[in-house]
Design a protein around this ligand. Structure first.
Ligand SMILES: O=P(O)(O)OC[C@H]1O[C@](O)(CO)[C@@H](O)[C@@H]1O
Length: 539
């Protein structure tokens, strides 16, 4: 069963939402809170250790009803079945989309092209487990017989952002291995990392689904050359590991066949941290923590698959986001985790959301005349309060924000935690209520200054409140956003799992690189031509 290709704007639900929008666009959320003491209860989902309060949104029960009607009309349920069953829903690349299989429970049977993929998934998981154990325990050693102290993940995009974010977020659970990430083609990146390494005790994990990515191959080559300054060709097999679908290319690079961790075309790069792409995670926090991350994601998969849409966290968050994106014309969404550990979370989500849903052609190949993927950005609170919150509170743009918080801190510092969480609660309250002129005057502000000190409020937020940051809860959180991306792709009738938009720049960079070597430049606009000449003059 293929995914239905329905233009959302032709649905009755969309028309209902359009006329409903006109009736509520100027209503302040405060009014609804005042009218209904139970509003928050009605718009909160409690599931496992997640408490998701979406009541501080510019929605009513009627809005919610039409948004749910939209899921019916775009046949979301059928699309979800196709997604989980491994059908070729990535039609432009002719692939299934099965990152969910990587965290499925033992005994699951999922077929791709008539073959059960689960035995291979579990055999790679076993390999990850044993390999991680051998490196962490020191059973596997480097070429001078010393235990490993450092791990370098060499990859970019999905082969970097997921592992880097998870390792950073779960640093509390880390073991003695020091992890590094090299991604940028900027040689200063790799050289800064190399500076910190001892070749005798460093393991290099080259991660590239295609094994053709310029950045990763250049960085891996630079590192291999540096390694060979002190080691021999035979020593490579003790220090270089690869994760890829392209086994032949990995072998050509010189990695031993036994050191290759396979992955599959049915795992998209930006959804691949659950596969062997997560090897660095397993090395950094240990395999049982890695497995708990996967377990959390699996629990969210089950919730998404089985929960009715009214109380289905990814579905509800996706619908609210469509509401702002397509009816309020909000251009962006902010992700504000109140945890310094989630410092890289928004950066990670940027690829997930923007590479997936940054599309302007629908599933029938026609140009789209409605908005698709939002711009994702954000930084942890409370830092971000002192950076960009001014614009969210008093700027001219509507910026829906997800506030992610954890009740218990990991270091058990209650005093700091209460202060952090006071800010967490205060911000969404302030964004909701604002401050009117009479309140400003009551504070003794002189009349002429009141316009500047008034806060309109009515700024939407979701509160995603979780008991504690653990591998399992992080797994749930990441999977929650993955499914939100899926739901939105279905509603917008776009293909969320290809990324042709990143190709043009790569092609042109290849052409320019050759031209720089030959010092001849052809077919450029005169701005680019001047820039190239200026560069040549300076270097
Ligand atoms: O893992 P690979 O094949 O090196 O690709 C890295 C990244 O490049 C992209 O293909 C495009 O930038 C991403 O989707 C992907 O995560």
């Amino acid at each position: 069963m293929a995914i239905p290709k329905i233009n959302p704007t032709t649905t009755t639900a969309w028309k209902n939402l359009e006329s409903h929008f006109k009736t509520i666009q100027d209503v302040h959320m405060k009014t609804w809170f005042a009218q209904d003491q139970k509003r928050a209860d009605k718009f909160t989902i409690s599931w496992e250790d997640f408490y998701v309060d979406f009541s501080k949104n510019r929605i009513t029960q009627e809005t919610f009803k039409y948004l749910l009607q939209l899921t019916d009309e775009v046949r979301l349920k059928e699309a979800m079945q196709a997604y989980f069953n491994g059908e070729t829903i990535n039609e432009t690349e002719k692939r299934a989309v099965l990152h969910t299989a990587l965290r499925a429970s033992k005994g699951a049977h999922i077929e791709v092209d008539g073959e059960n993929i689960m035995p291979e998934v579990f055999s790679v998981k076993e390999k990850i487990k044993h390999f991680s154990h051998d490196i962490i325990s020191g059973a596997k050693k480097g070429y001078t017989n010393k235990a490993f102290t450092d791990v370098v993940n060499i990859g970019i995009g999905g082969s970097d952002l997921g592992p880097a974010m998870v390792v950073d977020s779960l640093q509390f659970y880390k073991n003695h291995l020091t992890t590094h990430f090299v991604s940028n083609i900027d040689g200063d990146h790799v050289n800064e990392v190399i500076k910190k390494l001892n070749p005798e005790t460093t393991l290099f994990v080259i991660v590239s689904k295609t094994f053709t990515t310029q950045e990763t191959l250049s960085n891996a080559t630079t590192i291999k050359e540096w390694f060979l300054q002190s080691a021999t060709q035979e020593d490579i097999s003790k220090h270089f590991i690869a994760v890829s679908t392209n086994i032949e290319k990995v072998k050509d690079f010189g990695v031993d066949e036994t050191n290759i961790f396979p992955m599959w075309n049915w795992v998209g790069g930006r959804f691949s941290l659950w596969s062997a792409v997560g090897l660095t995670i397993s090395l950094a926090i240990g395999n049982s923590n890695f497995e708990n991350l996967l377990l959390g994601a699996h629990k969210m998969d089950e919730h998404f698959k089985t929960e009715k849409f009214e109380t289905n966290i990814p579905v509800v968050l996706a619908l609210i986001s469509v509401w702002y994106n397509n009816f309020f014309n909000a251009e962006s969404e902010a992700i504000i985790p109140y945890s310094q550990y989630l410092n890289q979370f928004a950066t990670y989500l940027q690829q997930g959301v923007m590479e997936s849903n940054g599309k302007s052609v629908d599933r029938n190949g026609n140009p789209i005349d409605y908005q698709t993927g939002a711009i994702i950005w954000g930084e942890p609170g409370s830092n971000s309060q002192h950076a960009f919150f001014q614009l969210i509170h008093q700027g001219t743009k509507l910026i829906p924000a997800d506030f992610i918080g954890f009740a218990k801190s990991l270091h058990d510092n209650k005093e700091h935690q209460d202060k952090l969480m006071s800010n967490f609660f205060a911000q969404t309250e302030a964004l909701l209520n604002g401050k009117d002129k009479s309140q400003v005057l009551e504070e003794g502000t002189e009349e002429t200054l009141t316009p500047f000190k008034v806060f309109e409020g009515n700024k939407p937020t979701n509160t995603i409140f979780i008991n504690q940051l653990t591998p399992e809860s992080l797994g749930k959180l990441i999977a929650m956003y993955e499914h939100k991306i899926f739901v939105q792709g279905i509603i917008w009738n776009i293909y969320s799992y290809d990324q042709f938009g990143v190709e043009l720049g790569k092609q042109l960079a290849g052409k320019i690189l050759k031209e720089l070597k030959n010092n001849t430049f052809t077919n450029h606009d005169n701005s680019t031509l001047n820039l190239l000449k200026h560069y040549k003059n300076l270097t």
